[in-house]
Design a protein around this ligand. Structure first.
Ligand code: ZN
Length: 246
């Protein structure tokens, strides 16, 4: 084993999409440290298989709103009809051990250099969708770097030294070199159900020594997943949206 600097692979919103998770793992080195930002279940056809992989491979994971809904029905009244139907299906198939694993996850994890939350710091299930919500996120923590998912949109916000906020989409992948004096909210995008008008799945590599974040957009067999969703009688809409990425 070579002595390589630490590289994290940070995944979010897998949503029971085993085929996409497997493709992501094929791009991840065995030495990489895997972190998960939640919503491992909900929508997709393989929640148990996805949790089993994370239990084996992930160094840490935080709780997403779908994970919480799966274990205690939290917030389901705010779900739309298809999400509700998929959640009822998920609650029914998820096994006791995996439910217990989800139940042991926390809302946030702080590493020395960064914070992991599903949606936003403190308001864990808030969506960071604009500069105003990004500003609230920067105010809610002193972490220089915050990794989030939840929106299923690959992008980042930077708090500039003059207090202004800049923003960039990573719809087609790309890299961010973290600059001294700036703070960042990095949205890693979604492994299981991208929503930034690109059906390619998304995750990031983070190399602390190089101060580098790289968004990876990758193909996975969407047709296979759709087939499984159809067989499971999951809502058609959830299968169709995978091919348009929204
Ligand atoms: Zn999600």
């Amino acid at each position: 084993m070579t002595d390589r600097p630490v590289r994290y692979a940070i995944l979010s919103d897998i949503h029971g999409n085993l085929d996409s998770l497997q493709r992501a793992l094929a791009l991840i080195d065995p030495q990489d440290r895997i972190l998960c930002l939640g919503d491992t279940v909900g929508y997709g056809p393989n929640p148990n298989e996805c949790i089993a992989i994370l239990r084996e491979r992930a160094e840490a994971s935080v709780l997403g709103n779908h994970d919480l809904a799966a274990i205690d029905n939290f917030g389901v009244e705010y779900f739309n009809e298809v999400a509700k139907a998929a959640m009822a299906w998920t609650q029914n198939v998820i096994d006791a051990e995996n439910r217990q694993w989800l139940n042991g996850l926390s809302y946030e994890l702080r590493y020395p250099d960064f914070l992991m939350v599903h949606g936003a710091p403190k308001n864990y299930f808030e969506y960071i969708l604009d500069k105003r919500s990004a500003a609230r996120a920067f105010e809610a923590t002193d972490a220089p770097l915050v990794f989030v998912g939840h929106t299923h949109i690959a992008e980042y916000y930077a708090l500039e030294p003059d207090g202004s906020i800049s923003h960039k989409h990573m719809q087609h992948g790309g890299e961010l070199l973290l600059e001294e004096g700036r703070r960042y909210v990095v949205d890693v995008g979604s492994v299981g159900q991208p929503r930034d008008l690109n059906p390619l799945a998304s995750f990031v590599f983070f190399e602390p020594a190089l101060r580098r974040v790289e968004w990876i957009r990758y193909e996975y067999p969407i047709g296979e997943v759709q087939h499984k969703m159809h067989d499971a009688h999951l809502p058609d809409y959830l299968a169709t949206r995978l091919e348009v990425g929204r």
